[in-house]
Design a protein. Sequence first.
Lengths: 114, 113
Amino acid sequence: QKEVEQNSGPLSVPEGAIASLNCTYSDRGSQSFFWYRQYSGKSPELIMSIYSNGDKEDGRFTAQLNKASQYVSLLIRDSQPSDSATYLCAVSPGRSGGYNKLIFGAGTRLAVHP
Amino acid sequence: DVKVTQSSRYLVKRTGEKVFLECVQDMDHENMFWYRQDPGLGLRLIYFSYDVKMKEKGDIPEGYSVSREKKERFSLILESASTNQTSMYLCASSLGGPNEKLFFGSGTQLSVL
């Protein structure tokens, strides 16, 4: 079992729809959770972080965390073609020793079509 | 803005060569990282440094070593390059602490022939 699992996609959604990206992790001691966006040929950039159970909203993005189910999700409302990218889920596992040594999922490719 | 600069965007080397990948950050960050990114596998941590001359192995350190002689510079060394080290290499830096965001360089696509 991979430590951080994501569906590779592609996830195809029409413009204006809600895109839902999911991620599960195996280490129950994980404390910090991140979503990075990576455009083709570019490096990852942070779009959301979440540390406690529940929802966290930032503009069109909402991150959801359920530690009991070991599940993190990212919702993108009013999806735009410019949101087309690979979304990487990253987790700071319990064995990180207080450092942000992240474990990344393989990413979900999102395609937003006009 | 934080800038993380990797010395080469593309690199082609021969099997058995010693390869140096350089990374420099300009924001006085304590932590620096080397990841490799392969299709279907995501980013995997090779080495991590939390201070000058301090380093820790990541999840896939075999075949690699690192050097951090100055706070701003973190080098990845392939002692004897092999074809299975063909990959995209990403350097990142961050402030200390478990919740700090990573700032990535633009990556080095290394091909070992």
